[in-house]
Structures are given as C-alpha cells and as structure tokens.
Ligand binder design. Structure first.
Ligand code: GDP
Ligand code: GDP
Length: 468
C-alpha cells in the first residue's frame, strides 16, 4: 500500500455512503464480522458510528422493556454485512481514570473484534492517550485501519502528516461529521467483510450460545455441557483466525457451541467488566441459532440481563432461560413462583422462552438443557406447508375476521392468504387486500394462535403483512 498522494482522487469529495441497516425480518442468518471503532474520548467515535450507520432512525430498538442501546448495530455495505461497535459506548466504570478506561475499551475491542478502526483526531494531533492505544496494538495480527478524523476540508489535509510517524502505510482521512472519506474507509474494509453465503457442514449443525452477565455461571455451565468430548473448531473463513467454537456430541447428536474458547481463556481482561460481557454475548448470539441465557437464581434479574435478552430478541434467535445456582434456593418453597413473576415483569417480550432451573455445578443437571435445545431448535427451523397454513387461517378467520375500516362492508374470509417465507426464525407473510387495516393487536392474536396450534416453544416468530 502507498501513501495517499494528491494525484489520487481526493477522499474529500466522496459521495454519501450507500448503506442500509439490517432490520429486515427476512435477513438471512449470518455471522457478521465484528468491526470495532477504538480511540480516546472525543476523537469522534460515536459520530463516525452514526455516520456509518447512515439513517439513524433505522436502528432504533423498539423492544419494550429494553434500554435503547446505540453502541452496536448490524450494517450492510455493498451487500456485505458487519456488526459495528462503538467502544466509547461500552459501559465501563471510569473510576480508574481516563487512560485506564481507554486501555480497557481497547483491550476488549482487540480481543473481541475481527477488524479495528483506530480513530485519531487530526485537529489535536498525536496525544499520549493515542500512544497508549498504539502500544496496545503492537503485535496485534488483526487488521487495523487508522483513520484521521476532523479533516473537514481539503485545506486541513496536511494535518494528517503528523500521524505518519506511527509508521503505517495507509492513513484514512475522514470527516465523520460531514461524512467525508467514510466510503473510502469502508471500501478498504470491504475485502475483509464476508460475502453473505458460505455453507459448510458445521454450519448445518445447531449453533448454541451460552450468554449472560459476569459471574452467573456461564463458564461453569459450558464446562459441564462440553465435558471431555470438546473439539475446538473454527468455521469462519477470512476474518477470524482463532478457533473459537466447540463441537460437542451429546446422545449421538452434534452441536456447535459458539465463542467457547474465549470464555475459558479470560487472561488479563478483568472478568468483572460489564461491557465485555455484553460485547461477548452479542457476538456469540449473532453467530448462533439458540441462545441459552444464564441468569443468577440467587440474585435475580438485572438491567444487564434485560439488555442481553433484548439483543436475543432483536437478532431473532431462539432462546432458553437457564436459572442457575438453583442449588442455593433448595428449601425455599416460594422461590420458583417468585422467580417466574420476576421473569414476567422483566422479560415481558420473551414469554415464549422455556425456563429451566438448575445448577451448573452438577453436570447431570446442566445437561438437561440439551433436550430443551433439541425442542427449541426444531421449532426454530420448523416449516409449515402453505396448504396447512391456509386451512388454519380460514378457521381462524371464521372466529376472528380481519379488521375492517369503519363503514366498509366486511370482506369474505377468502380475502386473506398466508405463507411461511423463512425459518430461523419462522417468518410468515400474510397477504391481504388492505394491509393498513391490520392492527398490531390482530397480529399478536395471530401469533398467539400460531403458537397455540403449532407449539413454537422457544422461538421468536415474525409476521409480515403484505398487499395482495
Ligand atoms: P467520541 O468520544 O470519540 O465518541 O467522540 P464524539 O463522536 O462524541 O465527538 C467528539 C466531538 O468531536 C463532538 O463535539 C463532535 O461534534 C466532534 N466531531 C466529531 N467528528 C468531527 C468531524 O469530522 N469534524 C469536526 N470538526 N468535529 C467532529
Ligand atoms: P461466569 O462469569 O458467568 O462465567 O461465571 P463462572 O462460571 O465463573 O461462575 C461464577 C461463580 O459462580 C463461580 O464461583 C462458580 O463456582 C459459581 N457457580 C457457578 N454455577 C453455580 C451453581 O450452579 N451453583 C452455585 N452454588 N455456584 C455456582
């Protein structure tokens, strides 16, 4: 690679970034690479994050009961999907001072991300905090893209010269605020982003993520589930070199547990860091079919748990709630009833998830989760024929006809048609003459009827309304 020369097309005149956020319920099941923006505070990380995502409103999270979380989002650039993380938004305690904060955020990103964008501030030049990040990046084999921000006009382009002392071949001048140079940066990332296809044998197996906040017992659970038969594998071509998944055989069936190696080797990163657990969970959820959300049976449900549960729902994964450390509650007759009430209150959006109570310390207890995984995965991948669905729909319509606008005569029931469009999770398209008449409560009614008729334990369902 060469330095940018003035003979090249100027990065300061690039068109707006053509980008869409991944919010379609029909998005195929992907394992997008994680792209993290690192850098000291105030260089413009969150501005760049928002600019890359383009239409801000498209990533609004409308899951009830879940805190809005703008630190991460899935985005698609020229048909390739990636998950973008703003490390500045990681929920870390700043009690150790700014340098320690930057160090922690960067360490997390370096450990977890597949691709790093190291953002610097062209206006303030190199600072000691930047050098701290540079030090952390030494020896890192993951791709790092150094972008110099706040290069708002061609006049300020000479400001980047200072940064070549870092010894890099290529610097990417950008103006996050004005969206300048951002497509050049994404074009440079592009070859590292995976094309959205790629099936191999491993990708046919059920993929399981064990997720949760720190200290709930995830590692204990994983060790109990994996036992001795664990084989570490890596099926991600291109970006990730570390073997991070484990292949497990239980009762003659095979499963892939995602992101297990990292859970075992925690190394120098503090196990108590909340931001890290969310990031790790996000990544594991994104690469899985079924999320086993481990909750602490003794401590109850926290805000952090709700965040992770919200991510499972948002990403449309199947879910099992594992209430761990239940050994500490034996003899408490009310315990289960109280916990169930708490789950209903904290996770009103996840009532379809089966709940298991157990102890990860006892492997025979932990391993009961396998049977539940089988059930839930069967539902997550279930396909119902169009003929069956429409017989079902006609019966539903007899009892509960489609909503109609006031003053208009009710149409005959044959006016609607339903078909399943995808699995993982099951998604259904309802074709009607007047989509605008279909209310959210009618859709909820249909979803409940689908669940009542076909089970669908442990999987989210998507219902789309389309015009006939
Ligand atoms: P973060 O702490 O790294 O996430 O930084 P922010 O995104 O919050 O930005 C810090 C400040 O820099 C804000 O006042 C932004 O408006 C400003 N800023 C961000 N990008 C640019 C840019 O491209 N040009 C200029 N002039 N200011 C910017
Ligand atoms: P992680 O941070 O979620 O991976 O949690 P760990 O697996 O490291 O467990 C945190 C602590 O909880 C450890 O001291 C475990 O021994 C303990 N622990 C894990 N599972 C159970 C359980 O089912 N019962 C009890 N009593 N303690 C447990």
């Amino acid at each position: 690679m060469t330095r940018r020369k003035s003979s090249k097309p100027s990065p300061l005149t690039s068109p707006p970034v053509p980008l869409t956020t991944e919010d379609s319920p029909l998005t195929p099941h992907l394992s997008p690479p994680l792209v993290a923006i690192i850098g000291r505070p105030n260089v413009g990380k969150s501005t760049l994050f928002n600019k890359i995502l383009g239409v801000k409103t498209a990533i609004v999270d409308d899951v009830p009961g879940v805190t809005r979380d703008r630190n991460y989002a899935d985005a698609t650039y020229r048909q390739r999907t990636f998950r973008l993380v703003d490390t500045g938004g990681l929920d870390l305690s700043a009690s150790d001072g700014m340098l320690a904060l930057i160090r922690r955020q960067s360490e997390i990103a370096i450990a977890e991300a597949d691709i790093l964008i190291f953002l610097l501030d062209g206006r303030s030049g190199l600072t000691p905090s930047d050098h701290e990040v540079v030090r952390l990046l030494r020896g890192v084999t993951k791709p790092v893209f150094m972008a110099i921000n706040k290069i708002d006009t061609p006049k300020s382009e000479p400001l980047i010269a200072d940064f070549y002392q870092l010894g890099v071949d290529e610097l990417y001048p950008v103006s996050a605020e004005h969206g300048i140079g951002v497509s050049e940066l994404l074009d440079a990332l592009y070859p590292l982003l995976r094309a959205a296809d790629g099936t191999n044998e491993l990708s046919q197996l059920p993929r399981i993520a064990v997720v949760g906040r720190p200290n709930v017992g995830k590692s204990t659970m994983i060790n109990a589930l994996l036992g001795e038969e664990r084989v570490v594998v890596s099926d991600i071509p291109g970006t990730t070199r570390d073997p991070i998944d484990s292949l497990v055989t239980h009762a003659g069936k095979r499963y892939v547990f995602t992101d297990t190696a990292g859970i075992r080797r925690r190394g120098k990163i503090d196990r108590g860091i909340e931001g890290w657990s969310v990031l790790r969970s996000l990544r594991a959820i994104g690469r899985s079919d079924v999320a086993v959300l481990v909750l602490d049976g003794e401590e109850g449900v926290t805000e952090q748990d709700t965040k992770i549960a919200g991510a499972i729902l948002k990403q449309g994964r199947a879910c099992i709630l594992w209430i761990n450390k239940w050994d500490l509650r034996v003899g408490d007759a009310e315990a289960r009833k109280n916990y169930e009430l708490e789950l209903h209150r904290r996770f009103p959006f996840l009532t379809w998830a089966p709940v298991l109570y157990g102890s990860a310390l006892k492997s025979e207890s932990a391993r009961t989760v396998f049977a539940q995984i089988d059930d839930v995965y069967a539902m997550f991948t279930k396909r119902i024929s169009t003929g069956t669905l429409n017989t079902w729909l006609q019966n539903i319509l007899l009892v509960h006809p489609l909503p109609v606008r006031k003053g208009k005569p009710a149409k005959v029931t044959k006016s609607a048609f339903v078909t399943q469009v995808t699995t993982k999770p099951p998604a259904f398209a309802l074709f009607v003459g007047h989509p605008e008449n279909i209310t959210p409560s009618y859709l909820r009614y249909l979803e409940n009827q689908l669940r009542e008729s076909y089970g669908f334990t442990g999987t989210p369902l998507r219902l789309l309304v389309r015009k006939k």
